[in-house]
Design a protein around this ligand. Structure first.
Ligand code: ATR
Length: 269
């Protein structure tokens, strides 16, 4: 049996073992996938001991994605752009790093939510690792404009600068949203939802027919998705679909086969 794991802190509530187990059953792959808690100060040691025990691949989650990036011997182009990795493969004792978060988000938006990104005005809330990880795949879809708004304005401006070669992206503080016209899609990539909070946003940000996507998910609607409803969003969606799609991309990297995500999503809901 081939061994895989997701490493994070915390990790107990991770849905990834269940998702990969369903993928493995569906595709008839002989593999195990478990959740591993790494001490906050010893991601590297945890990873190395699993590699010594013959594990073939890993997902990496909060708060280790940047640290994992630094430990890779080889990085995909999209991982380099993201500055973080969520998927590791061990090949001839080398650590190969990739980042499937952004493609997971885009696939969920296009295939399951059936929304368009091309020609759309997109607002990305947050300028941390989660936002950075999805910017390149979003810009690849050719939105007409992408604005990054963040509590700390300088981080949004810097992030926009870092990705300006890929498309029409600008950034600023949340207070600058008053001066922006409305958006067809608003994506929450802040960590505010972890505290049940959300960024302070002006009314009227959402264009008529526009939708809202929260990269977070939970058993209850998130604060951001409740806000979306109040703002009359045409649709709102949480990040469970993104989670399943990023997992499917990791599975493809490891096993050469892309599982059907629709049935897995249905099983999780
Ligand atoms: P992640 O890897 O999840 O992106 P991060 O790099 O710590 O984590 O970034 C967290 C993001 O959520 C940041 O954009 C942060 O805003 P700041 O850059 O101003 O810190 C944002 N964030 C966290 N809590 C927030 C809150 N209560 N309101 C608004 N934004 C918040």
């Amino acid at each position: 049996t081939d061994l895989y794991a997701v490493i994070g802190h915390p990790i107990a509530h991770s849905k990834s073992p269940r998702i990969h187990q369903l993928f493995a059953e569906q595709t008839g792959q002989l593999m195990t996938y478990e959740a591993v808690l790494a001490p906050l100060d010893d991601f590297k040691g945890t990873l190395q001991s699993l590699i010594r025990r013959g594990y073939l691949g890993f997902n990496v989650t909060v708060p280790f994605k940047e640290e994992a990036f630094d430990l890779c011997d080889v990085l995909s182009a999209r991982a380099q752009r993201a500055g973080a990795v969520n998927t590791l493969s061990i090949q001839s004792a080398k650590i190969i790093g990739d980042n499937t978060d952004g493609v997971g988000l885009v696939t969920d938006l296009l295939q399951h939510q059936k929304t368009r990104l091309a020609g759309q005005r997109v607002l990305l809330l947050g300028a941390g690792g989660a936002a950075r990880g999805v910017l390149a795949p979003l810009l690849e879809q050719l939105p007409s404009y992408l604005y990054i708004a963040n509590r700390t304005a300088g981080k949004a401006r810097q992030l926009a600068k870092d990705f300006l070669d890929l498309g029409p992206v600008q950034g600023g503080g949340l207070e600058t949203l008053n001066q922006q016209t409305s958006f067809d899609l608003i994506i929450n990539a802040t960590a505010a939802g972890l505290e049940g909070a959300m960024p302070d946003l002006p009314d009227g940000l959402l264009a008529s027919g526009g939708g809202c996507y929260d990269m977070m998910y939970g058993d209850q609607p998130t604060a951001f998705l409740r806000w979306a409803e109040q703002q009359g969003a045409a649709w709102q969606r949480d990040g469970l679909g993104m989670l399943v799609e990023q997992a499917a991309e990791a599975f493809l990297i490891w096993r050469g086969q892309r599982p059907d995500t629709r049935s897995v999503m249905a099983a999780l809901r």
